[in-house]
Design a protein around this ligand. Structure first.
Ligand code: AMX
Length: 434
């Protein structure tokens, strides 16, 4: 249950204010002493190849280790699965988990800002009925830009050293509104348009679960939402959504502009949309075999898929070289609550079967499952069957990572993003001279 905040309590705002001067000094000293040291080189292949592996960005909130997967502020994500998402937001921003009072204070701020402005509902209702839920969600965020405290303070002439304060306030305000917005998108797009109000006694994820309106007699769906929002919260700074948000924010656009920009990237099939592809694949198998297949049937199906030149969705990763711990967390949840569900059983059988097949196939650098291999089956089990909506769930969570990176960047005064681009003639001249 969410309690109310007292005025003398330490808040995320006051603790971060204490931390910032030291942080700025450390960075200043680091640049003064080591600023000219080379940390990365760029090959022509990388310049044409999405800058893969180029170290040219700073991100302190999390890192993705090839063997261990996501590590948030030094803590492997599997050690954080019992936390509330808002505790993870605090951790991402501050570098430490909140104590009880600090969590209470943050939740009180969420309560203060959670109400979705009425005009957002009007805009969503006016959109074409076949709009993609991600378009509705991103439009809803962008239309709320008029709420930005940062933009108002900037126009009033706030000094650069204080930018982080209203950015933090905007971030909390935006995050608090996301369950209401995402819930409204779901209800308007797929249901009868009746919206559930924010309940100040519930945590962020529990509110979201309630707003989605899925059947939840034992609180399992709420538990899944907490886990889902924790697991997708952040993934370093160089992925498409984080980097897009970072770039837009570096122009001093406010969080409404920057987060919606990042989420437009998350909407792409190579990024956040992959989870719906995975569930489609798993359901295709269940449909073909009238339920969970046998190991032999699944093996044949997987080989047919590979031999026809297609990938096995949910397997492989650009950075990871092990089973994604986020997959493990979802799989443990499924084993606990729905071991006999045929869709989950298929996911589980794939986990036993596909890595061996991909190893034998010999192409994928990583034959193990990624986060998207199993999450859809769990959502499906609780009646959230509209695949197209899944990226919205991902977005609600990933907004925490984008906002926390944004807050830190304004706190340390990161410069506007402006890498140098070169053309083919430059490269040809360079090769000729080399
Ligand atoms: N099934 C079949 N072949 C695969 C494969 C899979 N699951 N994963 C990789 N390969 C193939 C690649 O297509 C590539 O083939 P090519 O040489 O003919 O182009 C070869 O193996 C080498 O690829 P890689 O270096 O292992 O992977 P990558 O870094 O280029 O791509 C990824 C990573 C995730 C896009 C890829 O593994 C893939 O397509 N997986 C299936 C789709 C998927 O699960 N996407 C979700 C990703 C998670 C996320 O970021 N949300």
């Amino acid at each position: 249950m969410v309690e109310t905040k007292k005025d003398d309590e330490m808040t995320l705002q006051s603790k971060l204010a204490e931390q910032i001067p030291g942080l700025r000094e450390s960075i200043k000293a680091l640049i003064a002493e080591h600023g000219d040291k080379v940390i990365s080189e760029v090959t022509i292949k990388q310049a044409y190849g999405g800058m893969r592996g180029v170290k040219g960005l700073i991100c302190d909130t999390s890192l993705v280790d090839p063997e261990q997967g996501l590590i948030i502020r030094g803590i492997p994500v599997l050690e954080l699965t019992d936390k509330l998402p808002e505790e993870i937001f605090y951790l991402l921003v501050m570098g430490e988990l909140p104590d009880k009072a600090e969590l209470k204070a943050l939740q009180a701020d969420f309560n203060k800002y959670a109400k979705l402005p009425d005009y957002v509902i009007d805009v969503l209702e006016a959109m074409p009925k076949d709009s993609h839920p991600m378009v509705m969600f991103d439009t809803g965020i962008l239309v709320m830009e008029r709420e930005s405290i940062f933009r108002r303070k900037y126009t009033e002439g706030i000094p650069k050293t204080e930018y982080w304060g209203p950015i933090l306030e905007d971030s909390i305000s935006l995050l608090a509104k996301l369950p209401g917005l995402a819930g409204a998108v779901y209800q308007i797009r797929y249901k009868d348009g009746n919206l559930v109000d924010w309940d100040p006694k519930l945590d962020w994820a529990a509110n979201y679960a309630k707003m989605l309106g899925c059947d939840d007699p034992n609180g399992e769906f709420t538990e899944l939402m907490r886990l889902y929002l924790v697991l997708h919260s952040d993934h370093e700074g160089g992925n498409v959504s984080a980097f897009s948000c970072h770039t837009v924010a570096s122009a001093l656009s406010d969080p409404y502009y920057a987060v919606s920009a990042g989420l437009n990237g998350l909407a792409g099939p190579l990024h956040g949309l992959a989870n719906q592809e995975c569930l489609k694949f798993v359901l295709g198998i269940s449909e073909k075999f009238g339920g969970a297949p046998t190991k032999k049937q699944l093996t044949e199906f997987a080989w047919d898929n590979l031999n026809s030149g297609q990938v096995i969705p949910g397997y492989g990763h650009a950075v990871l070289r092990q089973t994604d711990p986020r997959f493990t967390a979802f799989n443990d949840f499924g084993k606990k609550y729905m071991p006999d569900d045929p869709v989950f059983a298929t996911v589980n059988l794939m986990f036993e079967t596909v890595p061996g097949i991909l190893k034998e196939h010999g192409k994928a650098a990583n034959p193990w499952p990624n986060v998207d291999a199993g999450s859809g089956a769990l959502l499906y089990h609780y009646g959230l069957t509209e695949f197209e909506y899944y990226t919205v769930l991902f977005s609600v969570s990933r907004a925490m990572g984008m906002c926390s990176q944004f807050i830190i960047n304004r706190a340390i005064g990161t410069a506007i993003t402006r890498p140098k681009s070169i053309g083919m003639s430059w490269i040809k001249d360079f090769i000729a001279k080399a």
